[in-house]
Design a protein around this ligand. Structure first.
Ligand code: SF4
Ligand code: SF4
Length: 95
């Protein structure tokens, strides 16, 4: 019983720490797409649960598009999913 309580506490603490970093990241980082590297494979699209990304199918080539940047939580899942290094998190421009 003690182990279950301790494990649960550790999980809650890890979740809180992750949320703090995510909020800090959202304030300072944004998603960037290097179109030259994108192959339109769609791997990033499958990872995003926030409906941020979409595939556009030009006659010449398929390409990912950052359609709803406001929904992005900068969780980094799509960046990790892209083996072509087309996506990255960059600093937001200072206004
Ligand atoms: S995973 Fe990378 S290469 Fe594939 S569609 Fe997304 S950004 Fe483009
Ligand atoms: S960083 Fe996260 S929320 Fe933003 S587009 Fe990528 S997977 Fe979606």
């Amino acid at each position: 019983m003690k182990i279950i309580i301790i494990s649960s506490l550790v999980l809650v603490i890890l979740f809180i720490i992750k949320e703090i970093f995510r909020k800090k990241n959202k304030a300072t980082k944004m998603l960037y797409l290097n179109q030259e590297r994108c192959t339109g494979c769609g791997a990033c699209l499958k990872k995003c649960r926030r409906n941020v990304l979409a595939i556009t199918d030009n006659k010449s080539r398929k390409l990912i598009e950052i359609q709803n940047p406001i929904n992005c939580t900068v969780c980094n899942d799509c960046v990790r999913a892209c083996k072509f290094k087309a996506l990255s998190l960059v600093d937001k421009p200072i206004k």
